[in-house]
Design a protein around this ligand. Sequence first.
Ligand code: IMP
Length: 190
Amino acid sequence: MTDIEAVIFSEAEIAAAIHRMAAAIARDYLGKTVVLLGVLKGALFVTADLARALESVSADVVVQLDFLAVSSYGNAHRSSGEVRLVQDTSHSIEGKHVLIVEDIVDNGLTLKYLMNLLSGRAPASLRAAVLLDKPYNRRVEVPVAYIGLTCPDEFVVGYGLDYQERYRTLPYVAKLRSEIFTPIGETVAT
Ligand code: IMP
């Protein structure tokens, strides 16, 4: 695609990372039921692929799926932390082992908001699995139990990640050409 400057992570690299995460999760949740709680819309694909990878690596973990959606005001680079819950889970998480699944963690404010919100609902356990970690601009400490890949300090799109609602369906993670990417104040749909 001509809008793309460079592929950062290929389809194969993403698939391998998800399988590594699934293997680690399967070890930790052996004999348990885990709710993979995907954060829409960005984590749609990673949640689906992680759920299926978990099924394939272990018959001894029961996987349930739920989703919530958040949006946060920020600029095109990153969220401001003024996170808003746009859509809640469809089932109660009380007493459940919950694994939040996110596409990317950057300043950490979105995940922190979700951890605070969900820990108040008395889950049996609460952890986070994130495909891409950008550890360079953290504003808050937030524990991420499972990380797929460490992402360069670039704005990336694809595999669920968007720029102005575009590029989510690319099968790889890529950097946009600078002519396409113009950071101005806007609402970030995660
Ligand atoms: P944080 O609150 O800064 O940790 O960022 C979390 C959210 O910001 C993610 O769920 C994304 O929606 C968005 N975000 C952060 N970095 C990127 C990026 O490089 N590309 C697309 N979205 C991003």
